[in-house]
Design a protein around this ligand. Structure first.
Ligand SMILES: *Cc1c(COP(=O)(O)O)cnc(C)c1O
Length: 424
């Protein structure tokens, strides 16, 4: 007879909550103190000259980032959201242009085109890695398509090589939202570096962070310049830079502080360690539930590296015999922190359902005929409603003991299914 489930009054497998993950240590404290003592908290000026591209820490951080991710140019920004907005501006998205995006991502990915009058067009994801399905992308391409934004969701690379080939064949841009996937790989390419621009996030929840922050990478010198202009009031310097094409140079203040850059330099030193830890823990968790029919641990495509921003379990209700919500309730009661479904497919947000973005009369949606009704991306909808159970390795301190308790919690619930069925 198995132990009673915690949901039914038994004792939980995890007796205390998992400890939060904190990657900030003495190195960051020292680095911040040095900057604060110097009094130079930012080095930016919004006018032509040496300081247009920021202070010494910002530039050092960008150079180190370029080296670490093997790219020619890195442009730091104050968030990945800013980075996505800057990228869409830099590639010259104009009102009415279509940009293909996935529905399962953080909202900023799909809002970015709207800022420039671009129309987000949703393509479905593949049911194994939850990233854009290249076949669905191809089906959505029209003469108005100007770009694809691929998201390397949960830390696994999208099918970047294939998407790159599609973009090249169509003469359109490929942007990568790589916020969740530092050091992920497809073949020998780092995710984030296959697209024309790749965007990383340094917000508090990501593998490494500066509180808030983001990094844009590119191998294209013209795009690098346009990103720098958009970051820092570029409208003031287009004459000094002798720029003829000033499209989308309605610019912002997306500048990173010297303090954030100093923290970022220290965090970059630790990125391998932190990513390795997340990967090792996640693989242990995956192998610990092998053989439990109906619980499918994250798939890693051949020649890819998954860095597990989120460990996504795919739940098969038929095979398990109870619904996901009840299984989840029992798992929570055992002390396993998780959530269901990631985000509701983003086309269900009011901005798309009501078609109110910029102004009051439907701009930019009224420049095209985009479809946002339920059913346009059935796989994304199914993942959200029925299949995904998500654990966040980046949120917790992880070691073998912790992982083994998580495995025990899953096994206990799975093997006590009968107790739950009796309940129903
Ligand atoms: C976190 C995240 C963002 C936004 O990052 P910020 O730095 O908070 O702006 C964008 N896209 C994805 C996929 C994310 O996970």
């Amino acid at each position: 007879m198995s132990d009673p489930l915690a949901l039914l009054g038994g004792s939980p497998v995890l007796s205390s909550p998992l400890k939060p993950y904190n990657s900030i240590g003495e190195e960051e404290v020292e680095a911040v103190n040095e900057v604060v003592r110097s009094g130079q908290l930012s080095g930016f000026y919004g006018s032509a000259g040496e300081h247009f591209d920021g202070g010494t820490k910002v530039r050092e951080f960008e150079d180190l980032w370029s080296e670490a991710f093997r790219v020619k140019y890195t442009v730091s920004v104050n968030s990945a959201t800013s980075g996505l907005y800057a990228a869409i501006g830099a590639i010259g998205i104009c009102p009415g242009d279509e940009v293909i995006v996935p529905p399962l991502t953080m909202s900023a990915t799909v809002m970015a085109p709207l800022l420039y009058g671009g129309i987000p067009i949703f393509a479905d994801v593949d049911p194994d890695t939850f990233c854009l399905d290249p076949i669905s992308v191809k089906e959505r391409i029209t003469s108005k398509t100007k770009a694809i934004i691929a998201v390397n969701l949960f830390g696994h690379p999208a099918q970047l090589r294939i998407l790159r080939d599609i973009a090249d064949a169509e003469g359109i841009w490929l942007i990568e939202d790589n916020a969740q996937a530092p050091l992920a790989m497809e073949g020998d390419a780092y995710s984030g570096t296959v697209g024309d621009i790749g965007i990383f996030s340094l917000n508090y929840h990501k593998h490494i962070h500066t509180g808030e922050g983001g990094m844009c990478v590119t191998n294209n010198s013209e795009l690098a310049l346009r990103l720098r202009l958009i970051r820092n009031h570029g409208e003031n310097v287009v004459e000094d830079y002798e720029l003829d094409d000033i499209t989308n140079l309605v610019c912002f203040n997306y500048r990173m502080t010297e303090i954030a850059a100093a923290i970022g330099i220290q965090q970059l030193n630790k990125v391998n360690l932190h990513v390795d830890t997340r990967e090792r823990a996640s693989l242990r968790l995956s192998s610990g539930i092998e053989g439990l029919e109906g619980l499918n641990p994250p798939l890693v495509r051949d020649n890819c590296r998954h860095v597990y921003y989120i460990w996504a379990l795919k739940y098969d209700e038929e095979a398990v015999g109870i619904n996901r919500e009840l299984f989840s309730e029992a798992l929570s009661a055992e002390g396993f922190p998780h959530f269901l479904g990631y985000v509701r497919p983003l086309y269900m947000l009011p901005v798309f359902q009501r078609r109110i973005a910029i102004g009051t009369d439907g701009f930019p949606f009224n420049l095209g005929k985009p479809k946002y009704h339920e059913g346009i991306c059935p796989i994304s909808e199914r993942m959200f409603r029925k299949e995904l159970i998500l654990f966040e390795p980046c949120a917790y301190q992880l070691n073998d003991d912790v992982i083994d308790q998580l495995i025990q919690a899953i096994q206990k619930v799975y093997n006590s299914k009968q107790q739950l069925l009796n309940l129903a």
